[in-house]
Design a protein around this ligand. Structure first.
Ligand code: KIV
Ligand code: ZN
Length: 386
């Protein structure tokens, strides 16, 4: 792995599945995991094995079929969680245990009714115990986004001492600004003793719509793994969207950071997750929304028909979308109408186009969108065609 390769840790089946209103059965999870493996993600977080017999079963089944990616199971810093996770991962070619504990004062004082030193001890013990089962142990400091940096560095040092090779720095509540999150990663890179033995991982939530920006700022500042979900699904406002961070890095090659993801599978992957979970994706969702490559106003359509790059920074084919869509509405111009008419078999002269366009506007004022059969009707009922 080059030092500029960003590991993609997909948590669609764990954090993503925590989205309200969603429940996947084990077969659906296996299908999604198989596709994630083909997509080229580096780690698949398959579930939280101790949480239910169903989750245990799914992690176990996924461990058997995944060929390339590391398969990961989440635990709390609790011995039984870790033992159960190890058991569920027993068939994985590359198993990882992801264990951790809350580190912000709010977690320490209210959730655990504990103190900072005792939490460090629990973090150390959990990693050490996980290490007795698998080589690959990732530690998470829950609510790291609101944890004071100096203390967070001490927690990370303890986790590394116990054998953690990945340190997950979650902005659990989606609170950080990109500059703050980037500075936190930079602080840890500079101040954690033994940091060269581990990589830092970004795990951001989208409560303020900043999950993608924060993850990108994290890797610019030295993190080498991003935790994310397909379509950005997850608790509350969701997690970092996989398709977004992957395409940000691809479209900004000067950052010199790449991933192993086959981007041409992104659209299909988005559809699979959305259909399986019954969670509809908003039309204007970046990269995979139904409008992400659709153009409806006359000025934009004219620009795109002349040269796609006028209004598109991504070639739709690169993310698995066949072509840009020229959507005909009352705001469309003659260029768009001529283009769509040609696609359904009409080469219009300038005179014909003027006449058909007047007829088109009368139609378009009555309808949200003009489809192919409307185009036939509009043209056949235009003056020059009679
Ligand atoms: O958001 C979070 O803090 C988490 C951890 C459990 C990794 O999902
Ligand atoms: Zn999370």
């Amino acid at each position: 792995m080059s030092n500029n390769n960003i590991q993609i840790f997909d948590t669609t089946l764990r954090d993503g599945e925590q989205v309200p209103g969603c429940k996947l059965n084990s077969e659906q999870k296996v299908v999604i995991a198989e596709q994630l493996d083909l997509l080229g993600v580096d780690v698949i977080e398959a579930g939280f094995p101790v949480s239910s017999p169903g989750d245990f079963e799914s992690v176990n089944a996924i461990s058997k079929i995944v060929k390339n990616a590391t398969v990961c199971g989440l635990t709390r810093a609790v011995e039984n969680d870790i033992k159960v996770a190890a058991e569920s991962l027993q068939y994985a070619k590359r198993p990882r245990i992801h264990t951790g504990i809350g580190t912000s004062d709010s977690h320490i004082l209210h959730k655990f009714k504990s103190n900072r030193d005792a939490i460090i001890e629990r973090a150390f013990d959990a990693v050490k115990y996980a290490k007795s089962f698998v080589e690959d142990v990732e530690f998470y400091a829950e609510d790291a986004g609101r944890t004071e940096n100096e203390y967070l560095a001490r927690v990370c040092e303890a986790a590394i001492k116990a054998g953690a090779t990945v340190l997950n720095i979650p902005d659990t509540t989606g609170y950080c600004l990109p500059s703050e999150y980037g500075a936190k990663i930079n602080y840890l890179k500079e101040n954690v003793k033994g940091i060269e033995k581990a990589i830092l991982s970004c795990h951001c939530h989208n409560d303020l719509g900043l999950a993608t920006a924060n993850s990108i700022e994290g890797v610019i500042n030295g993190a080498r793994q991003i935790e994310c979900t397909i379509n950005g699904i997850g608790e509350r406002a969701g997690n970092t969207a996989l398709e977004e961070v992957v395409m940000v890095l691809k479209q900004h090659p000067y950052l010199n950071l790449d991933t192993n993801v086959n981007t041409s599978m992104l659209y299909g992957m988005s559809q699979l997750v959305s259909d399986s979970m019954g969670i509809y994706t908003q039309p204007n969702k970046a990269i995979v929304g139904s409008n992400a490559f659709a153009h409806s106003s006359g000025i934009h359509q004219d620009g795109v028909i002349k040269n796609r790059e006028t209004y598109e920074i991504i070639n739709p084919v690169d993310v698995g979308v066949t072509e840009s869509a020229i959507v005909l509405t009352a705001r469309s111009g003659r260029a768009a109408l001529a283009y769509r008419a040609k696609n359904v078999g009409y080469e219009l002269t300038k005179l014909q186009l003027d006449d058909v366009y007047a007829n088109f506007l009368r139609f378009a004022d009555q309808k949200k969108e003009i489809n192919d059969s409307d185009i036939h009707q509009i043209i056949e009922t235009s003056k020059v065609y009679q």
